[in-house]
Write a protein that binds this ligand. Sequence first.
Ligand code: SF4
Length: 188
Amino acid sequence: MGLENLIRDGGFMTTQLQRVVNWSRRSSVWPMPFATACCGIELMATASSRYDLARFGAEVMRFSPRQADLLIVAGRVSIKMMPVLQRIYEQMTEPKWVVSMGACASTGGLFDAYATVQGVDQFLPVDVYVPGCPPRPETLIEGIMAIQRVIDADGIRMDQGKREPLNIVVEPNYDVKDQPVELSVGNT
Ligand code: SF4
């Protein structure tokens, strides 16, 4: 961050403990991926070198819920799977957040069937809804950064010891943007 150049020769800086806690907490959000379908592929792409979720400190996917604080539900969830998903959520460390990624996780998507959960928010406190079928990696990153902004601003709301869901909806963006990395094929 360049701080080393500003603070030399035994210099020091002061801040508030809560600010340091928020800064470190938002810089180390560890996701627990619950990917059941095609959205999971976009989730994987988000951690790849092209989109590089590591830039925001959130690339350390944990497959043990006790080491994770961000549950990303990517794909449709069946009624049979829901108790498993709830148990995973319960085992995660507080404070913890939930991202519902894609139309299927948020609404059941095109699977309007009795065996498919028509929105995981019926059973879990969803913080961020990421739209799309599937959402692009940039949209997921925007959802994660929305949570980071709340953490950074010390905006974690608690109600009787339980955290209230943030209820953030990422707006879909249909603008075609430049690709983040210039690619060329062959020698051209
Ligand atoms: S929202 Fe679309 S891409 Fe995602 S799991 Fe459902 S069908 Fe697949």
